[in-house]
Ligand binder design. Sequence first.
Ligand SMILES: [Zn+2]
Length: 264
Amino acid sequence: MNDSKPQPEAEHGGRSLQRLIGPLTGLPGVHFESIGSFPSGSRQYSLPRFTFRGPNSGDPIRIGIFAAIHGDEPAGALAAAKFLAQAAHEPGVAENFLLQIYPLCNPTGFEDNTRHSRRGKDLNREFWKASAEPEIEILERELRTQRFSGIIQLHADDTSDGIYGFVRGHTLTENLLRPALLEAGKILPRNANATIDGFAARDGIIYQSYEGILAAPMQSEPPFEIIFETPHHAPMELQVEALVAAVRTILAEYRRLISFAANL
Ligand SMILES: [Zn+2]
C-alpha cells in the first residue's frame, strides 16, 4: 500500500470499489483525484476522476466520460477503466483531447449493486433541479466548471436485447453515435425496434431523453452528449468491449469532423 495516494474505501461486503479504482491510479500519464466526498453510515465515499491528456492538445478538447451512475450497471465502469488503460498505453486514441473519466458516479449503488444510491435516489433523474444529493452537487459542480465539448455516458439496459443510444446537445451528435453503433454492432447486436425504453427510436438512436439526466448546464456552445446503452443480460466482456469500441469511435469521429471543419 502506498499511503501517499488517496485510498478509496476498503471492501464493505458488497462489490469492491478499490478493486476497480486501484489498478488505474498507477497508469502512466494518468492523474487521479477525488472530486468530492460524502458520508454514508459511518463511512466516507468519494467520486473519483481520472485525467488523461493526449498528444497535440495545446488547446485541448475537453471530453467527459461518465459511468455507473446506476450502480447495478458495472459494464460502464469496467469499460471506462479499460478505455483509460488503453489510452495510457496508446495515447494516440486521445490525440487533441483532455479526457476526464468518472468511472464511478454512484459509489454506494455500485458497492450495493443497486440502480439507486444508498439514499434511494435514481441519481440520473436528479440533475439541474436543485437536488440535495451529494453525488449530484459534486457532479454538477464538475459539469459547470469543466465546460466539456463532449459528454459520453455509459449505461446498460435490462429491457433491451441490443445496443442503442440517446443523442442530445450539439447537432452533429448523431453523426458520432451512428458510426459508434456500427462499430459496437460488430460485438453485440443493435436494437432496431421503433420504440426503445418508451421512446421513439430510429436505427438504435433516440432523440429525446428523461428529465434530470446527467447533462451539461446551459452553455453558449452546447457539447455533443451521447448516452450509450448495452443489453444488460449480454455477457459482461462483450458489453465492455462494445462500450470501449463505442467510446473510441465517438472520439475518432469527433476529431475527424472538427479537423475537417477547421480546414474548410
Ligand atoms: Zn443506466
